[in-house]
Design a protein around this ligand. Structure first.
Ligand code: ADP
Ligand code: MG
Length: 272
């Protein structure tokens, strides 16, 4: 061992590079070889400490791994279309700019906080839910996106197959679950109960993002039961940011159409 160390210390730079290649390969960290060689010149020129140099080399490997991990997590999340915060025009929703900027740190995920996005159609709820999902994926969290109707189908299938508890436990391993479009379709009583179990199983464990075109006062109608809806909303908003989007549909901008029918619900801000 001592002989090997002495031998390494005496090895020429070329031999060291070869050994680095071998070691990086053994660690399954291929970018280390390339970064080590390139950064060595920089380190010598700038007089970095050994610690600075090692940190710089490892940082390249880690950020490359994070980026490819994030790509995989984004692909696996099942987003309807991959929208980011950079794509969002906050001039159309100035009231929520600061709230979103705070959420973009990703701290809500480690605190298992929820986010509820309320507002009329076309105001950017799905866009923001997706963008925050991408933030989560970039922060290393596994994410799943689906509409409320799809979630109910998945949970009903699991329930029928006698594996609801397993499915809920599996879903708890996801740092973020996004439930888009709560309220577009009313649920059957059974479905509402399954949905309630999803919310309960994540309560204070892992985050949920929900979007809805209805204010909370309209959720009783969706879940077919005021008591179930109230118990669920209670758990959702206990640790949550509720964001209310306003205005006309972004889809209809500049088309001379000011509003859509059926969006004249009571204003959500009375709830938050
Ligand atoms: P909602 O889910 O509230 O019905 P979406 O998020 O689906 O609305 O938005 C409708 C379309 O308009 C999407 O293509 C979305 O990317 C776009 N959009 C909405 N609001 C904005 C915005 N403020 N900036 C950029 N694009 C937006
Ligand atoms: Mg939507």
């Amino acid at each position: 061992m001592a002989a090997a160390t002495t031998c390494t210390a005496k090895a020429s730079t070329a031999d060291s590079v070869k050994q680095l290649q071998y070691l990086a390969g053994a660690l399954k960290a291929p970018r280390i070889t390339e970064a080590a060689e390139r950064l060595a010149d920089q380190a010598r020129d700038a007089g970095w400490s050994f610690e600075d140099y090692l940190a710089a080399v490892l940082e390249r490997e880690v950020s490359a791994r994070n980026a490819s991990g994030a790509r995989l997590r984004i692909r696996a999340a099942g987003f309807a279309s991959p929208k980011t915060l950079e794509d969002f025009d906050f001039d159309a929703q100035p009231a929520i700019r600061n709230q979103i900027a705070a959420l973009a740190s990703g701290a809500f995920l480690t605190e298992a906080r929820n986010i509820v996005l309320l507002g009329p159609p076309g105001t950017g709820k799905t866009h923001l839910a997706t963008a925050l999902g991408i933030v989560a994926a970039r922060h290393g969290h596994r994410v799943l996106f689906a509409t409320a109707t799809d979630w109910v189908t998945r949970l009903s299938d699991a329930h029928r197959a006698g594996r609801l508890a397993n499915e809920l436990a599996r879903l708890r391993r996801y740092g973020l679950i996004i439930v888009d479009e709560v309220g577009y379709l009313p649920f059957e009583q059974d479905a509402a109960n399954l949905f309630f179990q999803l919310v309960s199983s994540r309560y204070e464990h892992a985050s949920l993002i929900l979007t809805s075109n209805l204010p909370f006062s309209g959720w009783g109608g969706v879940f077919g039961d005021q008591a179930v809806a109230a118990a669920m909303i209670d758990r959702i908003v206990h640790h949550a940011d509720v964001l209310t989007l306003k205005g006309a549909s972004y889809r209809l901008r500049g088309r001379g159409i000011d509003s859509l029918p059926s969006i004249r619900t009571t204003t959500p801000e009375a709830e938050s």
